[in-house]
Design a protein. Sequence first.
Lengths: 538, 249, 382
Amino acid sequence: MYCLRFLLIPLLCALIFTSNTSQPAQAADLETALSGLAEKSFKARLKAVDDIAATQDERAAEVLDALVKRQLFITKADGHIVLPDPAQEGSYLFAFNGETAGDFSKSALKRVKINNRMRSAVRKALGTLTLGSADRNRRLAAARSIFNTRDSSALELLDGAIAKETDSRVKREMERARAAALLASDAEESDKLAAIDVIAPKANQDALALLTQVVSNDSGAVAERAERAIAEMQSALALWATAQNVVYGISLGSVLLLAAIGLAITFGVMGVINMAHGEMVMIGAYVTFVVQDVIRTSMPDLFDWSLLIALPLAFGVTALIGIAMERGIIRFLYGRPLETLLATWGVSLILQQAVRSIFGPNNRLVGNPSWMSGSLELGQLTLTYNRICIIAFTLVVFAALFVAMRKTSFGLQMRAVVQNRQMSAAMGIRTKWVDALTFGLGSGIAGLAGVAISQIDNVGPNLGQSYIIDSFMVVVFGGVGNLWGTLVGAMTLGVANKFLEPYSGAVLAKILVLVFIILFIQKRPKGLFALKGRGAEA
Amino acid sequence: MSDLPSSVLYLDGITVSFDGFKALNNLSLYIEPGEMRAIIGPNGAGKTTMMDVITGKTKPDSGEVFFDGAVDLAKLDEADIAQLGIGRKFQKPTVFENQTVADNLQLALSGVRGVLETFLWSASARDKTRIDELLEIIRLTHLRDRMANSLSHGQKQWLEIGMLLAQNPKVLLVDEPVAGMTDSETVETARLLREIAENHSVIVVEHDMSFVRDLDVKVTVLAEGSVLAEGSLDSVSADERVIESYLGR
Amino acid sequence: MITGMLLRSLDKGSYWFLGLLGLIALLVPALHLLLPPESALHVPGYAVALMGKYLCYGLLALSVDLVWGYCGILSLGHGAFFALGGYAMGMYLMRQIGDRGVYANPELPDFMVFLNWSELPWYWYGFDSFGFALAMVVLAPGILAFVFGWLAFRSRVTGVYLSIITQALTYALMLAFFRNEMGFGGNNGLTDFKDILGFSLQSDTTRTVLFSASAVAVGLGYVLCRLITRSRAGMVLAAIRDAESRTRFLGYRVEHYKLMVFVVSACLAGIAGALYVPQVGIINPGEFAPANSIEIVIAVAVGGRGTLIGAVLGAVLISYAKTWFTGELPEFWLFALGGLFVAVTLFLPKGIAGFLIARWQGFKDRKSAPGTATVANEGPAQ
């Protein structure tokens, strides 16, 4: 491969540079070409950039890269072009061969200046230079870069690269780049039409920009075809945008679901409005913080496991607080939902202040484990791994809860109590225990939600406050006592929010959703999935 | 429809379903002016739902409900229907616990219902005599200024019947008036209802057979949301299907 | 007829309460204006403003008690009506600044100049006039309450559902008022007021007049609430509170009654907000925060709901406690408030006033024959 390149490149270059008179006639060696950068006039230095590219030297790409990054220097003493040694601070390498040039102080060096025209020339040159790289990703990047710069001079280089490219994805990108370059040149109409057909199938903003330029530069059949392609592309892009909104919406919806589901349980089973629910989420997030803090100081190797360790702890801590609340306060207030609301609000204030007193009023940093960073690209969709993890985690929690409600005896007892409290008590179900455990379960799930939310939101004492109203809206919208309702409610609100945002901005979207729910409640006072019949009256 | 004018309540082909379960299934019932009717039936037969339909609490999925031959009750809500002259007593006695016995009756007293009217209202001499009369009828004169929540169960039932009378409705719907009453209270209540029936149409839903016998009126048997049999208590209790629906399952 | 209704609705406690209000309405200004600052009895200016603020909260609490204590509607969004009244007054005060602002623009308030707006938005028209502003103080909250209540009560949204959507209402309004585009000063709200009706807001006299006006407003609000709750309409409200569907079967249009009391209450809250703004000198979207609305509800619970007087006392007490704690022990204020929420709901469900009334009743009952006297209408059902 390597030798092949050495054979081919001079040939290719000869082809390119004979066909294009604006370029120097023959390739010079890198050292000579570099010396042009020391010239005073920008024009001469601009030419130097072209010369460097024309050498097709394997170091040319690196040097040009250093140039745009403003990391290329001239030694004041003898006018050598050097660049910093990445291995050792203060030490420099000769640009033309990469060998050590010695240590220089800042004052002994002069930076090679670059202006915008040079910058675009470099970018163009880099595109062509890296097409032959052995690294697949660099070739891909080069193809994309040519696609964006539409450098018609790279045409022949591309032809050669395409011919020997074995990777089908890279090849496709190169073909698209070639089509773009061709459209920028003064090629035959039929070639241009074919080029549009190459570009048209893959819709993205860059392709759209390219075609728009074609429409303004060309006329006749080419412009027409380009216009048609633009129309198709725009509808494809709209589809992608919709898909992206749906995915973002589902992501937001799963956070809402996670926060709301515990609330749905306590509200559904016991008719209790737990205003401290948001604080349970907040405490779950703080448990994650504490776990990570301990791990950081005593066993840093375990950091990637921190969330898995935090989950059971958060569940346990919040469930215990929940049970304590139920036993200590709420059980005295059954049948007085409005008073329960006030008392739990009081608890929420106490918990907030307690956390503020212990951890301070500022946000605390909770890190993402390494396996949660990065993102996944699907066509035009970008999904960060932490969002994907939260969606997956939500579904797991939901499914587990669903199974627990349907298949376990505790779930059965819980459903029995929802339907008819007196009857359940008469049948020997210990309703008090069911109440306490239900409350513990609801709070525990809020704690789990806190662990998840710590990954995407600021962890501070007011964390809970920002989720409580949204969670209530989900429960009210979805209907009480029905897990499906909560699921559908959360997803609908999440997606609706994301669809409104581009038109109205985030805040207005939120307001609109709130207003929508207020109006929706008028139509269906008991939510989407309401119980009907006699049971609903209780 | 020819018998419409003569019926104070006309239910035809009423169906109500909750999540697929048919609480009322093609139910038809006619009540004549001044008639007293007892409705019996096993649990879940649709007795309470029927009352809900008449009083506007539940809208029928299909069928017609007419009052006084001309008024379509399915189009009205509870307050409208109550103002038309249909009064209802609930299965569980519901009186206004934090108000006095006299105030409970005063709230029920026919006449002003609008917001502004009630704001400007003050009791006339006639209202006061009417309340005294009612207190006599329900035998709660001595408890006139007591809070309703201090009354016994039976007294609450009577107070609620008194409130019905104060409304002076054309039709009274009475749901299990003697549930939880002592025997002597039951006898008293039967007497009270017969007295009322002299100048009102009354529908009584009841489980207590001896009470129904005491009333001595036409009986309708409901089962699974429709009318199973109609006639005197003796004739319906001899009916095979009635016996089956009560004992068979 | 009106005197008859007044006589019918006021009892001995009412006269004491109104007398007390009248006394402080006269006494506080007198102690502030007439005594020299070095006198022990002199009331300093900041204290007058502070007490005026407490009275505004008292009026707000009164409005909450009217709907919650007498009709069972637990509104967690009354702060919204308070804030709307406050904004209406704030807009008038903003217009009064004229060209004395930082940018000295005679046409536009400072924040609009800052946002590069070229002309006054239409909804600011008319606020140059005090009369128009006063009308809006009542109308803005009143209309919002009417629309919201009409929608909610007609479709029978009750109990905790209603509480939650009232909370959502004030939350949505808070978000909206935070936006600069709304034209109400965004984050910073309206402030830097200069004068009201030509009198400087900094002067001692204006301050005392505002204080007395607040006391009078609380008194008038109280009388209005008594008139409503002591009429037959008040009996219907209590009936709705205790057994809503029964009331409906008696032929009362429950939604009309709820709507009436909700709108009246919202208007009272708006007036409270309008009196509050010139005394504290600022109105910003923070007033819409759901926490504020809940705080006033707990003030009513502490004082004793369904007692009116108790609500006012509760609000004054809680506000005073807040001032004291934030000055002395800021860390503990939320602990104290939270603890109070829990303690009152658990141990004093009828609040301080309800507790005292029950004690007094027990005392009277022991003295006279048992079971004759009752406190009709006082204290809701549990």
